[in-house]
Design a protein around this ligand. Structure first.
Ligand code: GTP
Length: 200
């Protein structure tokens, strides 16, 4: 099971993205998240790998942000969400990023952590130019960027498919490396090791 966290200003559509993915539903009127919410979904990836995603939906409102610290620390993947019709939410991505990196001691996203930049409400007029968004993505080494609309069901399944693939690539490889190290360690202590020589 992998833990995914959503971060971004209040009202950008974090809850709506998760609801669209989990229940296939969209609500025009929502209640602002209080504290955080969680949901779980099993996924089968294109290559047949099966994963379980636990999604932690944080509140964008300032007074709940301290609550998200533990979830940020334990996250395996993160979506940084802004809304296309809200320039402030786009400018604030930097603030969410700084907070995430401070809690995770300067984690570098460069292919080592699945961090996705999500531009939601792409069904509404766009306030930011494509170049600005691209710049933010490259400056911060986001693993990917996507336009979504929870309302019109655009890009939603794709972000989760992509994040699933990233999780397997990054953590699957890390696990393989750990196993190789473990096997090497056992080889060293071969004499009498029941793992390397199960017949002993
Ligand atoms: P907090 O819980 O306060 O952090 O907000 P949030 O980021 O979870 O936003 P939420 O999902 O509650 O959505 C806020 C409003 O935006 C609601 O009225 C949604 O219906 C609307 N909304 C969400 N996604 C979209 C979208 O893709 N397009 C449009 N037009 N509206 C959307």
């Amino acid at each position: 099971m992998f833990k995914l966290i959503t971060l971004g200003d209040s009202g950008v559509g974090k809850t709506s993205i998760l609801k669209r993915f989990v229940n296939g539903k969209f609500e025009e009127k929502t209640i602002s998240t209080i504290g955080f919410g969680t949901s779980t979904k099993d996924m089968t990836l294109k290559n047949g790998n099966k994963i379980r995603l636990k999604m932690i939906d944080t509140a964008g409102q300032e007074n709940y942000q301290a609550l998200a610290t533990t979830y940020i620390k334990n996250a395996d993947a993160v979506f940084f969400v802004f809304a296309h019709d809200d320039r402030e939410s786009f400018s604030n991505i930097k603030k969410w990023l700084d907070n995430f990196k401070e809690i995770n001691r300067g984690v570098d996203f460069n292919k080592t952590f699945p961090a996705y930049l999500v531009g939601n409400k792409c069904d509404l007029p766009h306030e930011m130019k494509k170049e600005e968004i691209q710049q933010l993505k490259t400056d911060n080494n986001f693993y990917g960027y996507i336009d979504t609309s929870a309302k019109d069901d655009i890009g939603i399944n794709q972000i989760f498919d992509d994040i699933g693939e990233m999780l397997i690539t990054i953590y699957g490889n890390r696990k393989k490396k750990q196993n190789v190290k473990l096997a090497a360690k056992h080889q060293k202590q071969k004499k009498g090791c029941k793992i390397c020589q199960p017949d002993l």
